[in-house]
Write a protein that binds this ligand. Structure first.
Ligand code: HEC
Ligand code: HEC
Length: 143
């Protein structure tokens, strides 16, 4: 008897798992990759690359306390152990790299040790680029 009950419970569990696939009333899920509708076997032309403002020049700020915009590409890797932005913007490397050292507000001490709250640079700083492909809509206003 016990065996039969166990078997019944198992069957119910299996039926429960496959329930999702069995429901026929759901609309088909429309998943689209970043490559659009191009079949995977076709090679499509690459998207146009964005161009960044002249290297080495800061962009004018629009309001007080604005995190300055990044005038260069922003895909330097930021991991738990290494912050790619600090290769140029840390207090000890900035001068040699001709970059502005991170603001005092980002640091903990007189040596310029980075504050944990300012570790993920791209949370506040965004790159400014001339994009040749379409962007998402944005209605940000300072008013
Ligand atoms: C290869 C060196 C290098 C790396 C790596 C680098 N930067 Fe820069 N960055 C520069 C230089 C050079 C400038 C232009 C001079 C300036 O304004 O500081 C600049 C400018 C900036 C500015 C504008 C500063 C201002 O006062 O307007 C910001 C913000 C900035 N970078 C953030 C970042 C962030 C965030 C990262 C990582 C995603 C990063 N940078 C990685 C070299 C670098
Ligand atoms: C929480 C938001 C935030 C984060 C995270 C952040 N910043 Fe900033 N950053 C700001 C703001 C706001 C300013 C302008 C006000 C100021 O100087 O504190 C600024 C200023 C700067 C400046 C200009 C300093 C100057 O003297 O003009 C640089 C360079 C910079 N940040 C780089 C970085 C880098 C590199 C990182 C990552 C290691 C980073 N920031 C992380 C908000 C942030």
């Amino acid at each position: 008897m016990k065996k039969v009950l166990t078997l019944a419970a198992l069957l119910v569990a299996i039926a429960g798992c496959s329930g999702q696939q069995a429901s026929r009333n759901n609309e088909p899920v429309n998943v689209q990759s970043l490559a659009g509708n191009t079949p995977i076997t076709e090679v499509r032309p690459a998207d146009a690359l964005p161009s960044y403002p002249t290297r080495g020049k800061a962009i004018e700020r629009n309001y007080i306390e604005q995190p300055p915009l990044i005038p260069h590409k922003d895909d330097y890797s930021i991991t738990m152990s290494k912050n790619g932005c600090m290769n140029c913007h840390s207090w000890d490397k900035a001068e040699r790299m001709k970059a502005t050292p991170v603001a005092k507000s980002h640091t903990l001490d007189a040596k310029g040790t980075l504050n944990g709250q300012n570790y993920f640079c791209t949370q506040c700083h965004v790159a400014q680029a001339e994009n040749k492909s379409e962007l998402v809509e944005n209605t940000f206003s300072t008013n």
